[in-house]
Design a protein around this ligand. Sequence first.
Ligand SMILES: O=C(O)C(=O)C[C@@H](O)CO
Ligand SMILES: [Mg+2]
Length: 390
Amino acid sequence: MKITAVRARVYEWKGKTVPPQGNFCSNAMDLLYSRQETMKTFRFHQWTVVEIETDTGLVGYGNVALAPKVAKQIIDQYLTPLVMGQDPWDYEYLNQRMYRATQAWGRKGVGMAAISAVDLAIWDILGKSVNKPVFKLLGGRTKEKIPCYYSKLYRTDLDEMQKEAETYLKQGFTAFKMRFGYGPKDLQKGVVENLKSVAAVREVIGDDTDLMLECYMGWNLEYTKRMLPKLAQYQPRWLEEPVIADDIDGYAELNAMNIIPISGGEHEFSLYGFKQLLDRKAVSVVQYDTNRVGGITMAHKINALCEAYSVPVIPHAGQMHNYHLTMSTLASPMAEYFPMFDVEVGNELFYYIFDGEPVAENGFLDLRDDVPGLGLSLKTEFLDQFDIIE
Ligand SMILES: O=C(O)C(=O)C[C@@H](O)CO
Ligand SMILES: [Mg+2]
């Protein structure tokens, strides 16, 4: 089998979006700008879809949501020539070929995200070529169903957050991730607001439900050290991305405090990036995203590394490309899950582009044994609400 075509198309959402709320989610820009400025950067309303064709007539789909327009340029100009005419079953060779050819500039960030999109499409083809779901090529079914956690609860009014938590508690979710709206710049008032939001959600979901707390790189080491003892009373399962991804020493210091497990990884890349996090005990939960980290080929290696280090893998954002990795390893106990909403930050945009995503039932997801490849097809229903950049 040979790769005969690679197409990268940017889907740019032009439909309605939920306007950013004031203190929607702390994020890395908060230390620099007024809140309104930072909310503008906190939007992911484009997605690049990669289609790879083979001489046997198969088509595989990959996707990338980090800097989609730049990712497309990288795929078109650098990665396509590296995989054209190649056998997709040589996936390790092809992943290494893309990774090593772009080492000078692509080993972190959008370079790896672009490689991931091509790698996902290759694995989709592999599954389709043997009529097996991708997870069956990685290790098979390690779970009857995948436990998942409801992920949203961006910081809005507390009663709105409580209503949202109530709604999904009633749908059977037993794990929830919420977002903080305040950080170091908001001083003690922000500390109080952050604690009030956690108390409000905990009040609704009860003490026998998993609660995860998301900072999205919006805090810093000093502020987090002050917040951890205050948050411990709410028994969070983890505190996510308190500092920026490059502050590995900060991660390690916070994790070593052993007050609340620190999680991260959605902004880390490659096997070596995660070896570094694990060697330095920077995180207690690894959260790579398979459409960022280097693809399925790379994520599969990281799963084995995490198993050896006994650090659980709970990939970022859910979505089908991650579910196959979670299904195929005991190192990954659960998945993140964003239900389909009106387009807001953009994590939900996946549902407007692809068909095939499983819908959570009672806090569990299932992958079918009889759906080959990644199990995705392109949705036509919302095509008129996208500008497609070929
Ligand atoms: O889902 C996550 O972990 C993310 O980081 C998504 C982002 O929207 C902020 O939570
Ligand atoms: Mg996150």
